[in-house]
Design a protein. Structure first.
Length: 122
């Protein structure tokens, strides 16, 4: 799977190239949102800014993805950022996920397309 920019995601992937997790923030009330948010549900502001997040988080939930050929099991996690939003991403270096696990964001370059967001143990 190749991840590509679509114009709305340029700031997110520019941050990824700098190894920074960039998410959305309301300039009016300061609430934080996931990268795909369009407007503030708190104060109703129609536009959100891009801002650098701490790049850390806590594992809330996860799913195991099993290989058809019996290879390594991969995990996809739902991670709560200290700023508030929850992000879904691959978990790397996590063999046995556990709720509350401290994680940090990492961007892994791909042969084609944009870097892949993963969370690794903090």
């Amino acid at each position: 799977m190749t991840i590509k920019r679509d114009g709305r995601s340029d700031a997110f992937f520019d941050g990824a190239l700098r190894d920074e997790l960039v998410i959305r923030r309301c300039g009016e009330c300061g609430r934080w949102y996931a990268p795909d948010a369009a407007g503030c549900t708190g104060c109703g502001a129609p536009k959100l800014e891009w801002a650098t997040a701490a790049g850390t988080g806590t594992l809330v939930s996860w799913a195991a993805v099993y290989s058809r050929d019996g290879g390594r099991t991969a995990h996809i996690g739902l991670v709560e950022l200290p700023e508030g939003p929850w992000l879904q991403a691959a978990l790397s270096g996590v063999d046995t996920p556990v709720e509350g696990l401290a994680l940090k964001a990492r961007f892994t370059p791909q042969e084609e397309g944009e870097p892949l967001l993963e969370f690794v143990p903090a």
